[in-house]
Ligand binder design. Structure first.
Ligand SMILES: Cc1cc2nc3c(=O)[nH]c(=O)nc-3n(C[C@H](O)[C@H](O)[C@H](O)COP(=O)(O)OP(=O)(O)OC[C@H]3O[C@@H](n4cnc5c(N)ncnc54)[C@H](O)[C@@H]3O)c2cc1C
Length: 390
């Protein structure tokens, strides 16, 4: 392998790019990751920070997604106990709540089944005398409260940890380093990128577009175009509020439209999110709006006493394949798009979840396998402990 030749080029240093870089290096492949800004500069530092199966995806029958996410949650609890922990989730059901107690019971039973009845998937309906202990949640009109567990993490730190693991396995990680162009050659791609002030050139066998909301921008820099999906960018805002929650996370319905809103303990604050608004301009311009802040605070005050001080707010972008219907009800499955049915040399990663990054990375590597040399494996990402990072 020459100094400027690699088996795999990964564009983007969010969770997906980091995951693919780690998976490539673990299978002994020479990998280079380019990140235009810094690790987790995009969506991967602006998520709800949950490592979860996604209870609500049961309603859209995304059973495969939920089962895979629950399995990945279990793996992450093992390989990154310093980064992922189980937290109690509470679902309060009021007279006006759309979902009825029996529906919750059915949903949580299915969640538990898809999670193979592991101890971490147990749930219960809280007794009435326990309601008073739930961070002051409104009890007027309350009919039932269910408690189950899901994972919480620090998303940006998780990305840095996976990237550090990739580097330990020999991956070359460069940032700030922006992909400028990639041109198809007989056995791969000739890639130009800018690293600081300098322009560089490398030859790679395969190219993975993990640029998140910039996926189509990156795709347009590739010739001939490998094709892709028409996507919508949908922004989600979170607010950081002054205050503390002692009992865990609350999974509520926004009174305005019934969408799910999480109220979560986050460091020494309360994290409240999220919204869904179509974003039509540059991904870098995504920011919370006053309307979104109002919507979230209205939801918070509907369930908890008082109006807390907003200490910070931020927004991230979901990449959702275009389809009819509102964003909330669209599939959250990760879609891999590849360029050639026989020997793919390009994969674009559309959408996805923080939670499933490892499975997505493994699938990406399998898609590219025919174009990649077989090399001695160095590690199995399913059991390799993730390093502690700042
Ligand atoms: C509001 C919200 C809440 C969410 N909550 C959860 C949750 O609780 N749990 C969960 O599992 N999932 C959640 N998700 C989904 C999850 O956060 C995303 O799927 C994931 O972070 C996407 O990561 P990514 O690596 O694809 O993209 P990103 O993190 O956006 O990374 C893309 C990177 O590519 C880089 N880049 C762009 N162009 C170039 C270029 N030309 N050259 C080099 N680099 C480039 C960017 O700088 C960026 O760092 C949430 C998403 C949103 C929007």
């Amino acid at each position: 392998m020459k100094g400027n030749e690699y088996d795999v080029l990964v564009v983007g240093g969010g969770i997906h790019g980091a995951g693919v870089a780690q998976a490539a290096a673990a299978t002994g492949r020479a990998a280079l990751l380019l990140e235009a800004s810094g690790p987790a500069a995009g969506t991967s530092s602006r998520s709800s920070k949950l490592i979860h199966g996604g209870l609500r995806y049961l309603e859209s029958f995304e059973l495969g997604l939920v089962a895979e996410s629950l399995a990945e949650r279990e793996i992450l609890l093992e390989i990154a106990p310093h980064l992922v922990r189980l937290v109690d989730f509470h679902v309060p059901i009021y007279k006006q709540t759309t979902r009825r107690p029996w529906q919750l019971r059915v949903g949580l039973s299915l969640y538990s089944l898809l999670g193979r009845f592991r101890a971490s998937t147990r749930f219960k309906r809280l007794k009435r005398n326990a309601w008073g202990d739930l961070d002051g949640i409104r009890t007027e009109g309350l009919q039932a409260v269910f408690r189950y567990s899901d994972g919480q993490t620090n998303d940006a730190r998780l990305v840095r940890s996976v990237l550090a693991s990739a580097q330990e396995l020999g991956c070359d990680v460069q940032y700030p380093a922006e992909l400028l162009t990639a041109a198809r050659e007989e056995r791969g791609w000739l890639v130009r990128y800018r690293a600081g002030e300098e322009e560089r050139e490398v030859r790679v066998s395969t190219l993975v577009n993990a640029a998140g909301p910039w996926i189509e921008h990156v795709r347009r820099r590739i010739t001939p175009s490998p094709g892709g999906r028409t996507v919508d960018l949908v922004s989600g805002t979170h607010l950081e509020l002054a205050g503390r929650l002692e009992r865990g996370i609350y999974y509520t319905e926004a009174p305005r439209d019934g969408r799910a809103v999480f109220t979560m303990p986050w460091e020494d604050r309360i994290l409240l999110g999220t919204t869904e608004r179509t974003h039509l301009t540059d991904p870098a311009d995504v920011a919370p709006t006053e309307e979104e802040e109002e919507y979230l605070l209205e939801t918070y005050s509907h369930y908890f006493p008082g109006t807390p001080e907003v200490l910070d707010s931020w927004a991230g972008l979901r990449v959702l394949p275009r389809a009819a219907g509102d964003a909330f009800h669209r599939s959250r499955e990760t879609l891999l798009f590849h360029d050639d049915p026989h020997i793919p040399r390009y994969v674009g990663i559309y959408g996805g979840k923080l939670t499933g990054y490892r499975a997505t990375a493994a699938r990406t590597l399998r898609t590219l396998a025919a174009a990649l040399p077989v090399r001695p494996h160095k590690a199995d990402t399913q059991t390799l402990l993730l390093p502690e990072v700042d």
